[in-house]
Design a protein around this ligand. Structure first.
Ligand code: ASP
Length: 438
């Protein structure tokens, strides 16, 4: 049996954090495959190594000397090596990297070196094998992640090792060049490795106690979620809950491997368990979590007798397809239809409203900006009556106007649209309604 353990940047920010990580790994023999991030912030004003690498590469592209510009990064790694009392030297790696920067090996290559170098140090410190992610994680020619090739290759490589460190965040393009996932992508690497080895568990170690029911920057000292299903998490992370990269659930979800979010600074705490299905389908509270996003616009289209006009929606959707605009929701009335769209997307298509007029010939069309969406998510809703009523009551008492409501038939979540300025207060009153009054 084996567990895959991924450690985030703050868990590996300095030698002291490395020691905690090694203790965690050594305390459980099943923790055999380790995925590290690059060193993160040691204090709030500190800079993550990944950001230092992007900056360094940009400087080199603008004409700076690579060795000089790379020096602060080399110093961070050398500091960790000497504080841990290790005898390895990364000088030849630094030399190769700065040469590659000078010959413009690419921003993705540059950023990936954070995980690559940290992986070498961690493998050395733990006495594990180092497996370069470029040898086992692949992208297709169109830039998409190649799940099949990766799974087969990684599985056969890792079969050969009892214990290994595989750096997060990057893999290789078909031509061998390096490509990274989006920011925070080491979470995805951990999931891919867990799938490839058929892990019993994917532990994702970070610097918080798990998933909070609501954003702690908005709700003071929120409760943390003990158990959440993949589907609930998907809803919450799409809507802005950021503890785990939003794509990280996909590789393990099909294989039904649970993910345990754990805190490196408090290893005994249970953390949040992400599971295929909740054991008894229940939860202590009706709702599992609340998350939301700002920066949406509503394009409201009104047309007499829209309800009888066959093909109206199709024409609008075809237009969105052609213009490559994503919609979040389409609430409809009898003669009205509203498109809820990311405001940046709308700004990037300044002719969109004109084009809608062309294809649909409406009586009236209007844009409202500065909307926010809030998702109230919970598997407990299905078995409970009155959830929507309580959400609306909480908002109404707080004098918050609801602009849009959407509840899917899965009864897993209720999404409401409100004005951006009401965002924080809306989350607080919904939290209080469900978490403090049950
Ligand atoms: N180091 C990368 C980042 O800062 C990837 C990761 O930490 O997961 O985004």
């Amino acid at each position: 049996m084996a567990k895959v353990v991924k450690f985030g940047g703050s868990s590996l920010a300095d030698a002291n954090q490395f020691r905690k990580v090694a203790e965690i790994i050594r305390s459980d023999k099943e923790r055999r495959y380790v995925v590290p991030s690059a060193p993160g912030k040691r204090f709030s004003d500190d800079t993550k190594v990944t950001d230092m690498l992007y900056k360094c590469y940009d400087e080199v592209c603008a004409g700076a000397n690579a060795v000089a510009s790379f020096l602060p990064i080399a110093e961070r790694y050398n500091g960790i090596i000497s504080d841990l009392g290790l005898t390895i030297s990364l000088d030849s790696e630094f030399e190769e990297i700065t040469e590659n920067f000078t010959r413009r090996a690419g921003r993705d290559y540059a950023a990936s070196r954070g995980e690559y170098l940290n992986g070498i140090i961690l493998a050395n410190y733990l006495g594990f094998n180092f497996v370069d992610a470029a040898k086992g994680i692949f992208f297709k020619p169109n830039g998409e992640f190649d799940a099949e090739l990766t799974d087969a290759t990684l599985a056969s490589i890792l079969e050969g090792y009892d214990c290994a460190v595989i750096p997060g965040f990057y893999g290789a393009n078909p031509d061998g060049s390096i490509r990274t996932f989006s920011r925070g992508g080491s979470d995805f690497t951990g999931s891919v490795v867990a799938k490839a080895i058929g892990a019993e568990m994917y532990e994702n170690w970070t610097d918080v106690p798990g998933f909070a029911v609501a954003d702690p920057r908005i709700v003071k000292d929120p409760e943390f979620i003990d158990v959440i299903t993949y589907r609930e998490l998907r809803e919450l992370s799409y809507m802005g809950a950021t503890v785990l990269h939003q794509d990280a659930i996909f590789p393990v979800r099909n294989a039904k491997i649970p993910i345990n979010i754990k805190n490196t600074n408090d290893p005994a705490a249970k953390g949040t368990m992400i599971v295929p299905e909740a054991p008894d389908g229940k939860n202590e509270h009706i709702i599992t979590g609340i998350a939301g996003k700002k920066n949406f616009s509503a394009v409201a289209i009104e047309k007499d007798e829209m309800n009888g006009e066959i093909g109206f929606l199709r024409r609008i959707l075809t237009l969105m397809d052609v213009e490559k605009i994503n919609f979040e929701h389409i609430p409809t009335g009898i003669d009205t239809m509203t498109l809820i769209i990311d405001s940046d997307d709308l700004k990037a298509h300044p002719n969109f409203v004109e084009r809608v007029k062309e294809v649909s010939n409406p009586n009236h069309i209007e844009i409202e900006e500065h909307l926010a969406l809030i998702a109230v998510v919970g598997r407990g809703m299905k078995a409970t009556k009155g959830t929507a009523t309580r959400i609306f009551a909480a908002l109404s008492h707080a004098n918050i106007n609801i602009k849009m409501i959407d509840q899917g038939s899965s009864e897993l979540n209720i999404i409401i649209g409100i004005r951006e300025e009401d965002f924080d207060e809306a989350i607080r009153v919904i939290y209080n309604m469900f978490m403090l009054q049950e």
